[in-house]
Design a protein around this ligand. Structure first.
Ligand SMILES: [Ca+2]
Ligand SMILES: [Ca+2]
Length: 314
């Protein structure tokens, strides 16, 4: 349940970020040697997932969030997640005869350690405190839908200590909800959130990073996390650096998440795709647009070629 609260929050967080975007700019990536980074011999590979084979490595990953069901404007189901042609595939599509009825279906995976539950096997998972995290992805061009590569602290803000990010941060290495933004579709953002998802929540987000051919080509999205802060990369070039909202870097292990979200809200345990309630309680189009603008006969795939994690040698 905590997970569901947590996940319900990301949308809210994005709204907050977008609403407070007065100072935010659309920025091109500065592709200069001085701005480049790649892990060299000073770094040791601690995790490597190439998504070879034809199924998920269930000792590392489990389907988020352990139980299929409604989520925002769609349904999360395990069979929206595939492994084929050397990629993880998270498929967003309209299913007329879906498991939970007609609607938009998608899903996600995470590497949090997990006991066997709800018919899912036990999972050793993977988590690490600090290091360099990178995924190579092709992002789906969908309205009212977004792909993300992100980290969560093991424990998911349980027993959160407020006023510091040291006890855990949500680190959004990238999110791509901007198809609805007609003038600036080819952008992603990075963000940090700390202190849980209640009134104490503190968030900081990057500018909008313009990524050439975002939806048509594979790109790498990286994070270097050390005592100096968080440094984000796209295609090996630095795009943002920050300590975090409270000037304290997370000092607990974080696990990996790869997911897609369908914009919308849940009412009476049913998804309302691409809708939200305005201040007067009226239903209106969701801030991230609506999946109803997509072609219902097509599948929209978030492809992940690999995830690699490194630790700097002592
Ligand atoms: Ca905290
Ligand atoms: Ca691969």
């Amino acid at each position: 349940m905590l997970k569901k609260i947590m996940c319900g929050s990301i949308c809210l967080l994005l709204v907050l970020l977008l609403c407070s975007c007065g100072g935010k700019k659309i920025r091109e990536i500065e592709k200069t040697p001085d701005n480049a980074f790649a892990p060299d011999d000073n770094w040791e590979l601690t995790f490597s997932e190439d998504f070879n084979g034809d199924s998920l490595d269930r000792n590392t990953w489990h389907y988020a969030y352990s139980e299929e069901g409604v989520r925002r404007g769609g349904w999360w189901v395990d069979d929206a997640v595939l492994v084929e042609n050397g990629n993880l595939v998270i498929r967003t599509e309209y299913r007329e005869n879906g498991k939970f009825g007609a609607g938009w279906y998608t899903g996600g995976i995470e590497s949090s350690p997990r006991e066997a539950e709800n018919g899912q096997p036990a999972c050793t998972g993977f988590s690490q405190t600090g290091g360099y995290f990178e995924a190579r992805c092709k992002v789906p061009a969908t309205y009212g839908n977004w792909a993300a590569f992100w980290l969560m602290p093991v424990g998911d803000f349980k027993d959160d200590v407020f006023g510091t990010g040291e006890d855990g941060a949500e680190i959004d290495i990238f999110e791509s909800p901007f198809m609805y933004w007609k003038e600036h579709q080819n952008v992603i953002s990075h963000a940090i959130h700390v202190d849980g998802y209640g009134e104490e929540l503190a968030s900081i987000g990057s500018d909008y990073i313009e990524v050439e051919n975002l939806y048509d080509e594979f790109h790498t999205f990286g994070l270097k996390w050390d005592e100096t802060g968080y440094t984000f990369y796209v295609d090996g070039y630095e795009t943002w650096h920050t300590k975090d909202a409270l000037d304290t870097v997370c000092n607990v292990p974080a696990y990996l998440l790869l997911s897609c979200e369908v914009a919308g809200i849940v009412e009476d345990e049913k998804p309302l795709p691409g809708q939200e309630r305005n201040a007067d309680g009226e239903l209106t189009v969701n801030w991230a647009g609506t999946p109803e603008d997509n072609d219902k006969t097509k599948a929209y795939d978030f492809l992940v070629d690999y995830v690699k994690v490194y630790r700097e040698k002592a």
